[in-house]
Design a protein around this ligand. Structure first.
Ligand SMILES: NCCCNCCCCCC(O)(O)C(F)(F)F
Ligand SMILES: [Zn+2]
Length: 693
């Protein structure tokens, strides 16, 4: 299934007709440079082009009042003076004779995208639209927005496609208060629907409606430049303690950035420690992205330092939710260089291309860690994955401390901020070539090669690097042959002739693993080994950093001293989906980002008990590292899992995890203790600002 691209140059045909410094950055070129970059890079040809359409009145009324819609309907016939007059009643927005038409097309584009994804015509997609939407409210335009494209799309998905749980991720650098207000008390019984229709229906239908009324719910997640309410739109309710109201408590997640200059590490740590645990627990049927790219480096509004390739990772991390059903709708983005680069990174990931290595990650900054701690603490009572989050220091201390920090560090911070604002140079995002062979397999003769995989043929003779072993009379011949063929496969991965690999071997013995231990350093310099299930003896662990070994099992290893061996133990082992996913999201992902491997080795030991959908989620997430070079090692007697493994290695989205049971209390505490112990060595595991200089 493909990736939809929705764009029409009609949406470039409105602009600011008078002087207004607040609005001058919202120009038609934003759309043209983005689309032209997709054309020039050949990405648009690889997408399924879907035409926009105008949203109908009824669809606009899903998120707006009739009086507001009627008022906007009049704008095409207004004189310039009337337009200026009309605009004055709203904030930081402008009107134009053609903006109503474009606003209907922008909202309609989002709906076309939802239809294409929900009917299975495409897997995912992006709509390049103007005007944006996430600031517009029920009866007000605001912040360049006229109709709330994504809020309308969420309501539409629920009502037309029966979607029950919609996750909205807003990575634009401004808070989409319009979306927050729209769903603040969601989930709720869709009372408006029932009341409006009840009057005309007889008793039976009323019972039917009450019966089918299901809990709809929309989870809105937004990060945004906030600076303790000093940044636009300067709302108190944009802070982390706005968690949703009534039944909606917990379904609104605000992450305020109280400083500029945030980097890739800050963004990724928030995804790993806040958004993903909540998103996996929420288990959405559809993901909508308010895809604003003013959170990228060079943007005059955001003044952040995250590079365009970060959007490849943000997109990838969301693509394993909701069975891959993801609709991205353009919001902001004002730097005409980083905007198109970020759009291309996003589209290339939606198309399934290998990700760039997330190079240069370092510790999240103190301010980001404070926000991280505050958000996790505010939501710990709503989400079992956050239940063990460290307590937030009492509010006054934290704000006072933050304020003090601001004043004291004033000049140094100013220096940082000025530097952040000055930085206008960043490297072109790296090429992300697809390997000729997406996934190769080494299987015993009696195991059929799953479709899409290519049998790996390597020369029969021993790999030169192993010949020495043979001379000193290594015992097990065919083990050596197998290792030799593994080396050959790994070599082809590192030259990008092969993407990922699937290898079935008769016995994943320590000897086999041992053979991998001295993967010659000139072959690969950083191997992440993820071992699912017990592994008898780990006598080959290294301490030089060439291998990071993370094991998830039910074995309770005594305290390990080795920074590069991380045993994660779950009481019920890998069959406990909640514990497993929490270990993956809160520990494995941050570690892998910081370690930045050149090869990922995923070993499934027999009897691990991990279920196929969880296994596929893990593979999907691991493919985000090492440019997609993940090699899966399984035992032949587990060949029943070859199908799902191959599907995940080919980049097909993992099926949604079944309703997650809540995280086991003891496991949760053990994971938290492990994270706390490791965070001194591994900065991406930090979730509080305590102890940071
Ligand atoms: N220095 C100029 C002040 C501008 N203040 C208004 C900013 C509006 C941001 C709009 C957006 O980027 O959030 C959207 F996604 F909606 F387009
Ligand atoms: Zn924005």
């Amino acid at each position: 299934m493909g990736t939809a691209l929705i764009y029409d140059e009609e949406m470039t045909k409105y602009k600011l007709l008078w002087v207004d410094p607040a609005c001058k950055i919202e120009v038609p070129e934003r759309l043209t440079v983005s689309y032209e970059a997709l054309v020039r890079s050949g990405l648009s040809d690889r997408c399924v082009s879907i035409p926009p359409r105008e949203a109908t009145d009824a669809e606009i009324l899903l998120a707006h009042s009739e009086e507001y819609l009627e008022a906007v309907k009049k704008t095409p016939y207004m004189t310039l003076e009337d337009l200026k007059e009309f605009t004055l009643q709203y904030g930081d927005v402008y009107f134009h004779p053609n903006i109503y038409h474009c606003a209907k097309l922008a909202a309609g584009s989002a709906l076309q995208l939802v239809d294409s994804v929900m009917t299975g015509k495409v897997r995912n997609g992006i709509a390049l639209v103007r005007p944006p939407g996430h600031h517009s409210m029920r009866s007000a335009a605001n912040g360049f927005c006229v109709f709330n494209n994504v809020a309308i799309a969420a309501q539409y998905a629920k009502q037309k496609h029966g979607v029950k749980r919609v996750l909205i991720v807003d990575w634009d650098i401004h808070h989409g208060q319009g979306v927050q207000y729209c769903f603040e008390d969601d989930p709720r019984f869709n009372s408006s629907y029932s009341l409006r229709t009840c009057s005309r229906l007889n008793r039976l239908n009323i019972l039917l409606i009450i019966f089918i009324l299901v809990f709809y719910s929309v989870l809105y997640y937004s990060w945004h430049r906030y600076e303790h309410q000093k940044f636009w739109p300067n709302l108190r309710e944009s802070d982390y303690d706005s968690v949703g109201k009534g039944n909606g408590a917990g379904f609104n997640v605000n992450v305020p950035w109280n400083k500029v200059g945030m980097e890739n590490s800050d963004y990724l740590s928030i995804f790993c420690h806040v958004l993903l645990p909540v998103a996996y627990e929420f288990c959405p049927d559809l993901v909508l992205v308010c895809a604003g790219f003013d959170s990228a480096i060079g943007d005059p509004e955001g003044e952040m330092c995250a590079t365009p390739d970060i959007f490849a990772h943000l997109t990838h991390l969301l693509m394993n939710l909701a069975g891959g059903k993801l609709c991205a709708v353009l919001e902001g983005g004002y730097n005409l260089t980083s905007l198109p680069q970020s759009v291309c990174q996003t589209v290339q990931t939606l198309l399934g291309d290998p990700l760039p290595q997330p190079a240069g990650l370092r510790s999240p900054c103190k301010s980001a860690l404070e926000s991280l701690q505050c958000v996790r603490s505010a939501h710990r009572r709503y989400w079992s994955f956050l239940k063990h989050a460290a307590n937030q220091p009492s509010t006054d201390i934290s704000t006072k401390r933050i304020k003090l920090a601001n004043e004291e560090e004033g000049k140094t911070e100013m220096a940082v901020e000025e530097r952040a604002a000055e930085i206008k140079e960043w490297p072109e995002p790296p090429e992300r070539p697809s390997p000729p062979v997406r996934c190769a397999s080494l299987l015993p003769e009696d195991v059929a090669c799953p479709d899409g995989l290519k049998l790996f043929s390597s020369s029969k003779d021993l790999h030169p690097l192993l010949a020495s072993k043979l001379q000193n009379g290594a015992d097990d011949q065919d083990a050596l042959i197998t290792v030799s063929r593994l080396y050959a496969m790994i070599e082809k991965m590192l030259t990008n002739e092969i993407g990922s690999g699937l290898v079935l071997i008769s016995d994943i013995s320590a000897a086999m693993m041992g053979a991998l231990q001295d993967l010659p350093s000139d072959l690969v310099d950083r191997v992440l080994v993820v071992c699912v299930g017990k592994e008898k003896d780990l006598n080959y662990l290294t301490t030089d950093g060439k291998m990071l070994f993370v094991q998830i099992s039910d074995e309770d290893k005594e305290k390990e001293k080795n920074k590069y061996f991380i045993p994660v133990s779950l009481k019920k082992g890998c069959s406990d989906t909640a514990g497993f996913i929490q270990a993956v999201l809160g520990l494995l992902l941050p570690l892998a980002y910081e370690y930045d491997p050149t090869l990922v080795l995923l070993v499934r030991t027999p009897g691990s008990g991990v279920d196929d959908s969880m296994w596929q989620q893990l593979i999907g997430l691991l493919l985000g590292f090492a440019k997609g070079h993940t090699l899966v090692l399984m035992q032949t007697n587990e060949k029943v899992h070859v199908g799902p493994t191959a599907s995940a290695l080919l980049g097909r989205p993992a099926p949604p995890l079944l309703e997650l049971q809540t995280l086991d209390q003891e496991d949760g505490e053990a994971l938290e203790r492990l994270r706390e112990r490791l965070q001194t060595d591994w900065k991406m595991l930090q979730t509080t600002s305590e102890g940071t200089e």
